[in-house]
Ligand binder design. Structure first.
Ligand SMILES: CC(C)(COP(=O)(O)OP(=O)(O)OC[C@H]1O[C@@H](n2cnc3c(N)ncnc32)[C@H](O)[C@@H]1OP(=O)(O)O)[C@@H](O)C(=O)NCCC(=O)NCCS
Length: 164
């Protein structure tokens, strides 16, 4: 009997059937790295209904590894200083997939999505307290452009940008 080889990696727009898997990845990833440091962030607790609403606006993407969802990212089209930009949020990889460079792959794909809708800039924010994330974005060519305090949860965040 012949078997069809599974594609190693694939990237696509999320559909409503992915909501459960995306919610589980987001909740786990943001609980482990944010909530456990005392930083409250919505993605750590968002439910399936909120996840479905995000999927419905066609801004949520998934990276599959051997047919399974290994990570997710949200890329929204925004206008900033009269320019079309891509705002990246909800970046997360499945637990136990550290060797696969899922984060880097997701960001490369997100930059491709940004270019496809005419953005010349990708923008995102991340918590200053999480040093690994700052190193992660810098390694991918992002530059910090400022910082702000999340008023609801009172932690410092950094804005990052990259021309794409
Ligand atoms: C952010 C996240 C998606 C990164 O995914 P990942 O698969 O671990 O990242 P990658 O392996 O692709 O990292 C790419 C590069 O970034 C750098 N990097 C990543 N994590 C780093 C860390 N903790 N410290 C220093 N550099 C780091 C490295 O240069 C790495 O390249 P290398 O593998 O050659 O060393 C993952 O850690 C995650 O799900 N975190 C929880 C949710 C979250 O905080 N999301 C971001 C919100 S702003």
């Amino acid at each position: 009997m012949s078997t069809v080889p599974l594609v190693e990696f694939a990237f696509r727009l999320a559909d409503v059937g992915d909501a459960g898997a995306i919610r589980a990845i987001l909740n786990q990833a943001y609980t482990d790295s944010w909530t456990k440091r005392g930083l409250l962030v919505r993605a750590a607790t968002q439910n399936e209904n909120e996840t479905r609403l995000q999927i419905a606006d066609r801004s949520v993407y998934v990276l599959l590894h051997k047919g399974q969802i290994a990570g997710t990212v949200r890329v929204q089209r925004k206008e900033l200083r009269n320019e079309v930009v891509a705002y990246v949020t909800h970046l997360a990889r499945r637990q136990g997939s550290a060797e696969l460079n899922i984060g880097q792959r997701l960001m490369t794909e997100a930059e491709g999505i940004a270019r496809s809708f005419g953005a010349s800039l990708v923008t995102l924010d991340t918590a200053q307290e999480i040093d690994g994330l700052i190193a992660f974005y810098r390694a991918l060519g992002y530059e910090s452009t400022g910082r702000f305090v999340h008023t609801s949860t009172a932690f410092w965040s950094l804005w990052f940008e990259k021309k794409v």
